[in-house]
Design a protein around this ligand. Sequence first.
Ligand code: P6P
Length: 334
Amino acid sequence: MAQKTSLTRYLVEKQAGANPIPAQLQLLLEVVADSCKSISSAVNKGALGGVLGTAGSENVQGEVQKKLDIISNDMLIEAAEWGGTLAGMASEEMDEILPIPSQYRQGDYLLMFDPLDGSSNIDVNVSIGTIFSVLKKAGGGAVQESDFLQPGARQVAAGYCVYGPQTTLVLTTGDGVVMFTLDREVGTFVLTQENVQIPADTKEFAINMSNMRHWDTPVRRYIDECLAGKEGPRAKDFNMRWIASMVADVHRIMTRGGIFMYPWDKREPDKPGKLRLMYEANPMSWLIEQAGGASTDGRQRILDIQPTKLHQRVSVVLGSKNEVDLVTKYHLEK
Ligand code: P6P
């Protein structure tokens, strides 16, 4: 029987390969994966664990925080702060950056995360997930918010863990995308897919259709053509999915292709979109590109955007390359 490759073995064997990663980064990824196991366990308990419902607080976005949002956030912090790999952390659930406490050794990396994305789905038992992004602190001195404001193209690692029928960790360090499935009996992430490739074409789009009347014309044009099906200019019928959990929608695209869109809409004209650049769009965009897909804000590559604020938002159009390119074309023709 073939030897199962654990995350640890995969990362160790990577050191002997063509694209080794620094030992500090290897340790950081193992620690993040460990906290995803703990989060998976807490999520799986649901009502039995007394972890459902709201925490009675709001995050920096003004969104009501679920108990599991806070629990997951604390799990990631407690797992990562002592390892000597980090200079600081940032989270959707925390207004400010979190320097590493002085009693711990300081490292070179910056960890950003959405500890539990899609948390509106927690109480209705629909897939949710953790998204994380790793940058390297460029300068010396005490960590500050400006150290985090690097374009997504400078990430050194990115990934997500989807808590669904399986708990699956999806990861890139810049040489393709790999997937690990949690073997709960032994508590190990087992390598289940290497060299993930997204088909360039698709017949499946993901967007919140209830916002249609608020979209800009290029998005409306693209979706109308999808809805026109075989009789329309695309000459093929499309299917629609919207899980309202970015991790689950992106995982479907990583698995079978598709296009995911959360565009600007006129309800909040001064905001470019709903999703956050640093710890949602950037890590997902790198994973999608590393799997042969594309990711833009409608006009420019998301990974090229120079951040100005830690919690800034961005429009997102990502997935099968030929579809994303068509949406971008429509924006540029406007
Ligand atoms: P809507 C979850 O709250 C999230 O940030 C993403 O995971 C998801 O894609 C999106 O918002 C869903 O937004 O407006 O459809 O509820």
